[in-house]
Ligand binder design. Structure first.
Ligand code: PLP
Ligand code: COI
Length: 341
């Protein structure tokens, strides 16, 4: 199969249309059989629930070309499970988990020409999402839904690739203590648009949000969880009910323990203890592991010993092991890699 003529090594994290997408409709209490289409547009009622009340959730995962030429994806069963939780949290009918995984495979296989080659540093980003389709004007859930998956080839989420970024402590909150922070609801991202633009205007790459109840603990950034490394090589990551349960973070914890013999701690992380860590990173599907060189808290600079030039040593080991598993040159734990073709 001929790959598309794309400069794979120089693509950023942007939308680039591919040939096929998957669509299924929920009507009269059931999902239809669904299938692939080349139509990249959606036509909706002006009063669709998604437009009026933001009834939408999404997922993000990637497909990779392995060293031996297969196309694979990483732990899609966990995305299926999380999307079920997101749907329930927004009173939407979950798309069945096994059908989610099958649909991911079908749409990736159909767009195989867009899966970046091994070693290019790029991957095919997969975006499953669903939304309230029919008209509602009183505040209530829709009765019809559309589930879709499109794909788009992407490079690094942050411009510099593996260069450490600078993030600021946000004055805005991301999620309420008993709100929607732990599901992947579109509304969580709508509220982050103003803070992220403010951060960019002030020269920062991202925002780190604090816990909204006490504003003393680290939660996560707009699109990734956080990891920290202690002086004595321990991996520490914030535990909170109002952050997204990142599949990358859960995988990194296991990689740190089982592949690198590190101690790991999932616990509350106070902003005041952050200067004691020697390395810091953002982790997620889009972010992979993006090193953080500096956190700025209202003018106070917290600079990590790993510096602003390159990824810290421990972060690099985690990065190499995780991506090695994803790209197929390090043996994966049972069930982590789904071979598509
Ligand atoms: N946190 C937020 C707010 C995100 O948007 C994402 C991205 O999906 C993550 C964390 C990382 O989750 P995952 O590793 O499952 O992609
Ligand atoms: C992801 O990593 O898949 C995300 O959803 C983060 C961001 C692009 C919103």
């Amino acid at each position: 199969m001929e790959k598309k003529n794309i400069d794979w090594g120089n693509i950023g994290f942007g939308y680039r249309q591919t040939d096929y997408r998957y669509v299924s409709m929920y009507r009269n209490g059931a999902w239809d059989e669904g299938g692939l289409t080349t139509d990249d547009t959606v036509t909706l009622s002006e009063c669709a629930c998604v437009l009026q009340y933001a009834q939408t959730c999404f997922e993000g995962l990637k497909a990779y070309t392995t060293e031996d030429g297969h196309i694979v994806t990483f732990r899609p069963d966990l995305n299926a499970e999380r999307m079920e939780n997101s749907a329930k949290g927004l009173e939407m009918p979950p798309f069945p988990r096994d059908r989610f995984v099958d649909a991911v495979c079908e749409v990736v296989a159909a767009n195989a020409a867009y899966v970046p080659p091994y070693g290019s540093g790029a991957s095919l980003y997969i975006r499953p999402y669903m939304f309230g389709f029919d008209a509602v004007i009183g505040v209530k859930p829709a009765s019809e839904y559309q589930f879709r998956i499109f794909t788009t080839p992407v490079g690094p989420y942050f411009k510099g690739g593996a260069k450490p970024i600078t993030i600021r402590v946000s004055d805005f909150d991301r999620a309420a203590p008993h709100g929607t922070g732990c599901i992947k609801a579109g509304l969580n991202y709508a509220m982050s648009l103003h803070p992220i633009m403010e951060a960019h205007r002030q020269g920062f790459d991202e925002n780190v949000y604090l816990d909204p109840a006490t504003r003393t603990k680290i939660e996560e950034t707009g699109g990734a969880n956080m990891i920290f490394i202690t002086k004595d090589n321990k991996l520490v990551t914030p535990k909170s009910d109002s952050i997204l349960p990142s599949i990358t973070r859960r995988s990194i914890l296991q990689v740190a323990r089982d592949y690198l013999g590190m101690e790991t701690e999932e616990r509350e992380v106070y902003l005041e203890e952050v200067p004691e860590f020697v390395e810091c990173g953002l982790c997620g599907t889009a972010a992979v592991i993006s090193p953080v060189g500096k956190i700025v808290d209202h003018g106070r600079e917290i600079c990590f010993a790993s510096g602003m030039n390159e990824m810290g040593k421990v972060t690099k080991k985690l990065y190499d092991t995780l991506t090695g598993i994803q790209m197929g040159h390090i043996k994966a734990p049972e069930g982590w890699i789904k071979v598509i073709k």
